[in-house]
Design a binder for this molecule. Structure first.
Ligand code: ADP
Ligand code: ADP
Ligand code: MG
Length: 460
């Protein structure tokens, strides 16, 4: 079956990104919008839009039946889920297929086997990919958890098997804390993700988050090198770059080869990412999870490889074979991404929805903006705070970072508080310039600023 019309079951910048890819391939698009998103850029840019339900995500972007009905009514025979929402929901992927439509992504079985993070660890182990020392299964009882914890050593993390977006993870320093936190974590996981399963992992203190991009057509699989995503706040990525400044070429080869092997074992179809922690003290890497969808930071990979990942997702869903050969995928230059969120860095990143007053995007060589913003746009308070991604390319890291600094200076976004100026001081930090950081660095640097009384200034 070929895609004759594509329904986009998402919103914001990723909906715009998917519309652009579909247009380039001549595929007509329908933006599925909640009542709060009728005046949004995706609604304007798509060939058609339809209203799928109320502002709350459970009434719209998480409402499977509403999305399937909308596709049917608009005559769309394919659905792209974007990221977040239903993108890693195996039941939804299966329902799309059962309705005789194409789900742009992996098979429901693949989503099932990798979407549960505890199950993904087992799959990785079976493929010979190292994982962080932790529990083999999801743990039901506190007694089992206490047993396992002794073997993997404290400090450790309790993770929700169905968690994501940095949520559902708690640090535990000793048995006493485990006793107190374990039942709470189970309860929270059930409430937040509809599944109370949790597992344990040793907490690696000096780790970098490095992930590998994969593309497959169900038979042939390639990797598109790595992304470095260590600069995080509350386990959510803020600033990403590719390639990682921490890896030597042999380490890069080993990491990408390991990811490729795992994806080949899954006969992976679509775009996917294998996330790893790289222990900077030992030089060893450990698989942590796989995201069976397009990721927020995919553009940095597109910049250094020249390959359009979202177009490939659509072409693969359309039944085209993946004609890219591994030796043709060449890593060139360096790219970084700055996430511009509607959050106030001076007030614990409190969400700041509102109306965009003035908006001037940066321009010039190597600058790419992925965003759904326009002057006068009223940001609804119901969804993720991501407003824009500034993606900057340079022939080398020094050029990419200096172009990024210039781009932030050029950018003018008023009316709301954003993370724009957070990136400005981040880029001025010698430790970032030296590539010397781990997953806990950004929070430490933020704490230093608070202690020194230097706020991230922005005139609104
Ligand atoms: P990426 O892994 O692509 O960098 P993020 O972790 O930032 O992406 O997640 C992308 C979006 O998806 C965010 O809006 C995040 O809140 C959401 N998300 C991801 N996984 C889940 C999940 N399991 N439950 C709820 N939201 C999720
Ligand atoms: P999510 O599904 O929310 O993205 P991940 O398992 O990918 O969850 O973890 C999110 C982040 O939490 C990682 O990028 C890393 O910074 C931190 N983290 C996860 N596991 C560990 C670990 N075992 N040790 C140290 N940090 C970890
Ligand atoms: Mg993750």
């Amino acid at each position: 079956m070929k895609i004759n019309k594509l329904l986009i079951a998402n919103r914001g910048e990723i909906a715009v990104r998917i519309i652009r890819a579909a247009q380039a391939l001549g595929i007509p698009t329908v933006a599925a919008c909640s009542e709060a998103d009728v005046d949004s850029l995706p609604a304007r840019l798509a060939d058609e839009f339809c209203i799928i339900g109320g502002a709350r995500a459970d009434q719209s972007y998480l409402n499977q039946q509403a999305l399937l009905n909308a596709a049917r009514e608009c005559g769309a025979n394919a659905i792209h889920p974007g990221y977040g929402f239903l993108s890693e929901n195996a039941e939804f992927a299966a329902a799309v297929e059962a309705a005789g439509m194409i789900f742009v992504g992996p098979t429901p079985d693949t989503i099932r086997s990798m979407g549960d993070k505890a199950a993904a660890r087992r799959t990785a182990l079976a493929a010979g990919v190292p994982v962080v020392p932790g529990s083999e299964q999801a743990l039901d009882s506190l007694a089992d958890a206490l047993d396992v914890a002794e073997n993997i050593r404290y400090p450790l993390l309790i993770k929700a098997a169905a968690g994501g977006g940095g949520r559902g993870i708690r640090v535990v320093n000793n048995a006493q804390e485990l006793r107190a936190i374990f039942p709470v974590a189970q309860h929270e996981a059930k409430a937040a993700f509809g599944c109370g399963e949790v597992y344990l992992e040793h907490f690696i203190a000096q780790a970098r988050h490095i992930e590998v991009q994969i593309l497959g057509d169900g038979e042939h699989v390639v990797h598109l090198y790595e992304r470095e995503c260590s600069l995080q706040r509350r386990r959510q990525k803020i600033f990403e770059e590719a390639p990682s400044p921490a890896l030597t070429d042999p380490q890069r080869q080993a990491l990408c080869h390991s990811a490729l092997q795992l994806a080949q074992q899954l006969a992976y179809r679509g775009a996917g990412t294998l996330e790893y922690l790289f222990d900077t003290t030992t030089g060893r890497f450990y698989f942590i999870e796989m995201n069976t969808r397009i990721q927020v930071e995919h553009p940095v990979t597109e910049m250094i490889t020249g390959i359009d990942l979202v177009q490939w997702m659509l072409r693969i869903a359309n039944g085209e074979p993946l004609t890219l050969r591994q030796d043709e995928i060449v890593l060139q230059g360096c790219a970084c991404e700055m996430r511009i969120n509607a959050e106030d860095p001076d007030r614990q990143f409190f969400p700041c929805p509102g109306v965009v007053k003035t908006l001037v995007w940066p321009q010039g060589a190597g600058v790419r903006i992925d965003s759904h913003l326009f002057a006068g746009y009223c940001i609804p308070p119901y969804y993720d705070s991501l407003l824009a991604k500034l993606v900057i390319y340079g022939e080398n890291r020094v050029q990419a970072l200096s172009r990024a600094t210039a781009a932030l200076q050029e950018m003018q976004l008023t009316g709301i508080k954003t993370t724009q100026f957070l990136h400005q001081w981040l880029l001025a930090d010698a430790r970032l310039r030296a590539g010397d950081f781990s997953t806990t660095s950004l929070e430490c640097w933020l704490a230093e600023r608070v202690a020194a009384g230097t706020a991230v200034k922005q005139e609104a």
